[in-house]
Every structure is written in C-alpha cells, then in structure tokens.
Design a protein around this ligand. Structure first.
Ligand SMILES: [Zn+2]
Length: 268
C-alpha cells in the first residue's frame, strides 16, 4: 500500500456515525422515520436490555451495566433516573444509553448527560436520530407548519415523537429549520400552555405523570426470582437486582413460602 494513501475518504464525525448507527437500528426495527411508540419495550425485546426506570438520589440521568457473562449470562441492564424527569427526558436518556451500548459494546456507563460533552458525539447523534429522525421531522414540519414555528408546534412535534419540548426545539435548530435566537425564544415557552394551544395536553400530562415512576420489567424480575429459586444467586444479590432492602425481600419471600432454608437463619 503506498504511504500517501492515508487520506482516503473524508472521515465522518462521531455525531455522524451515531446518526448512521441509529438509522441501522431503526431499519432493523422496521421503522424508518415514524415515532417509536414503546421505546423501553423495543430496547427490551429487540436488544435484550432490561430497562429499569426508577427515581435515584444520585445525580445521574441514566446508566447501562453489562453483567458478568460467566456469572449471570449475557444480561444487560439500563437504569433510567425518573427523579424530576418526565417521559420525554426518560426517552432521551434511554436512546442515549443505547447509543453508548451500540458504540462501545460492553463498557459500563453511569452519567449525567450533557448536550455537548466530550466523547458524547456518537451517543447524542444516535439518540437524536433514533427519537426524532431527520426525514420524519422534516416531513412533519412540511405538513404541519406553514409559516414560522410557534410554541404550539414545538409541543405538537414533541408529542408526535414522544420527546421533550426541549429536544424538539433543539432538533429544529440543528436541522437548520429555525435560528438559534428563535430556539431560545421557543424554549422559554415550554409548559402546559404550549401543549394546550397545540392540543396535546394528553402527552404533556403523560410526560408529567411519568416523573418518579418505579418500574421493573416483569421478565427481568421473573428471571432474577427464578435464579434465586434455583439457588444460582443469593438473597443479597436478589435484593440488589430488585433494588429493595434485603429485609423486605426476605419478608416477602417468607410470606410467599419461597424463602430458601439457609436464608431463614438470622431473619429474626
Ligand atoms: Zn453519554
């Protein structure tokens, strides 16, 4: 190979590679540019990653962990912090963490997501395209907005793609559909009124209702519980997987008659 051939085609940025990866994932999911109606379920069912949504008292948006393959099988768990975070934000976190998973395979992450953080280009490009695909956003804008985008349009666009108002406003700017100044103006109008004007209060309320939810996927719970029943994991590990104090787990198992012999000791 000649020494001068190292230029090759122009290298793409991490953000562009993330965008490209999201298009591949969408193609695999059979949804090119429409909204994704059940993002957490898609991640669970198609990617085999359990999605745990719960309020956390540490300041992170989300995390993804890959269990030791030898010990726990190929288990991957994504944690979405629901503390003071609505459904749109939770979707953005899930899409972002999936981006890290696609980029970095088995690396573990726990993070407060920053819009333009170092090393976040791929995950951000991925999350944005997964939730609000460029072609879909452009098509929606072409059909729904004749003149300048108003707050009600941002609320409608967010509701359509099940994203946050914030993300919708930023997306229009990055696609060059509004100016930076207009984006800032629109962002200051986030809230119930914009949703009401856009006729999408239902999404707004769903978004708010998801704050602080604690949801463990049933398949994840039953896998953890059957691992305990088969003596593959200890009661301490089960409690950890359920995010419950071990005493509560012991009490419940006892009531259900599922407590294993050796865990009876010292339970009082
Ligand atoms: Zn990140």
């Amino acid at each position: 190979m000649p020494a001068t051939s190292n230029r090759g085609p122009r290298r793409s940025t991490p953000h562009q590679r993330g965008t490209e990866a999201a298009r591949h994932v969408r193609a695999a999911w059979g949804n090119k540019d429409l909204p994704i109606s059940g993002l957490f379920e898609e991640i669970q069912n198609r990617e085999g990653i359990a999605v745990v949504r719960r309020p956390l008292d540490v300041d992170i948006d989300g995390a993804i962990f890959h269990a030791d393959a030898e010990q726990d099988g190929e288990a991957s768990v994504m944690i979405i912090n629901t503390h003071e975070r609505g459904l749109g934000k939770q979707h953005a976190t899930a899409a972002h963490e999936l981006g890290h998973h696609m980029e970095d395979g088995h690396r573990d992450f726990a993070e407060l997501i920053e819009e333009r953080g170092v090393g976040e280009g791929f995950a951000e490009g991925f999350a944005t395209e997964l939730l609000m695909p460029e072609a879909g956003v452009r098509e929606w804008m072409g059909k729904s907005v004749d003149s300048a985008a108003e707050p009600k349009h941002i609320a409608q666009l967010a509701a359509y793609f099940r994203a946050s108002y914030e993300m919708a406003a930023i997306r229009l700017e990055t696609l060059g559909l509004i100016t930076k100044k207009r984006k800032e103006e629109l962002r200051s109008h986030a809230g119930r009124r914009a949703a009401y004007e856009g006729g999408v209060e239902e999404w707004y309320d769903r978004n708010i209702a998801a704050i602080n939810v604690f949801e463990l996927p049933p398949s994840y719970l039953s896998a953890a519980r059957s691992a305990y029943a088969q003596q593959l994991i200890s009661i301490d590990r089960l409690a950890e997987l359920e995010f419950q104090p071990v005493e509560e787990v012991r009490k419940r198992l006892k009531e259900q008659g599922l407590l294993l012999g050796e865990d009876e000791e010292g339970s009082g």
